[in-house]
Design a protein around this ligand. Sequence first.
Ligand code: DOR
Ligand code: ZN
Ligand code: ZN
Length: 399
Amino acid sequence: EIVAGEGRVLLPGFVDLHTHLREPGREDTETIESGSAAAALGGYTAVFAMANTSPVADSHVITDHVWRRGQEVGLVDVYPVGAVTVGLAGEQLAEMGTMAAGAGAVRMFSDDGHCVHDPLIMRRALEYARSLDVLIAQHAEEPRLTRGAVAHEGPTAARLGLAGWPRAAEESIVARDALLARDAGARVHICHASTAGTVELVTWAKNQGIAVTAEVTPHHLLLTDARLETYDAVNKVNPPLREGSDTEALRQALAAGIVDCVATDHAPHAEQDKCCEFAAARPGMLGLQTALSIVVETMVRPGLLDWRGVARVMSERPAEIVGLDDHGRPIEVGEPANLVLVDPDATWTVQGDDLASIASNTPYQSMTLPGRVVGTLLRGRITARDGVAIAPGAPVGGR
Ligand code: DOR
Ligand code: ZN
Ligand code: ZN
């Protein structure tokens, strides 16, 4: 039904390695159903649901639920991310094997669930992950350096009196876990790379032959801490918005393939958690429906990526990293297709209230952005068309 019009671009369906859906626990801000609609509208056919739900996804009971519920909704494949550890202190390894073998077939585990303070635990987790041939996604934050921090440590935060979050809080963990992964022969994936120094460390590690991969968020490609001037808590995020030298390094690294892919870190939050004082607000911003447009704005328009490159960073590389063989590649004749059709010339104006997420905390409110998703296909079925998500069994009408 979707006909490629003039100038439209057909790409493999996007794969997001880092999505926060809030089910179970905070269904007032996002559910697997509402988040799946946002994903389909953003051009995604697979998303990885991060483990920091409530309760944390540290057992197969939760990871299996996330997978099954995603399949029931049927708008996007929702792959559960398991927590590396169990327990509030995060000092005991989770039963990763049971989660990997469950209905959810977990292939990625993260410390973005229970914070793992102890490097010995992370070393054992990497060894365990290696034995299961699964990935560890490292949130890359040294909590002893970010205690009380709310914004990037730099001139802007200093002037505004906001407690600073140093680049070293990220970079020290990137360096540490690249070395631990080397010794364990394991694969580690760096979540939301946000600094020029992280780019240098990932470059070094890859040159050593260490199996490290990295993602960057759309907001860390576009936005800087200049945004803090307004004190608007919509701009509060972990890791924090950095400086122009960082966004520039991240764009160049994504173009060069040093940073492998774009991941949204889509993080819905309730209005009351975002409209308070900056220091008290929760970190995170919506990302699924705006990701493509931000990639067009920051990478395609300046000539850093062509459309082949967009397919690489939004679909092909993320699918490869987690071993999805039905995503991110050309389809064989007769095979059910995971595809997205994009109008690269269309622009649209973001309205938080119109997004499919229950929450509306977008940092791009009222901005006019380039690049629009015209339609999305999951295994040959239309999941989104002209701005309307279409659930299985629903009458195919739309606008
Ligand atoms: O800003 C963030 N929000 N960063 C994270 O790592 C977690 C996320 C969330 O869950 O809200
Ligand atoms: Zn994180
Ligand atoms: Zn996250």
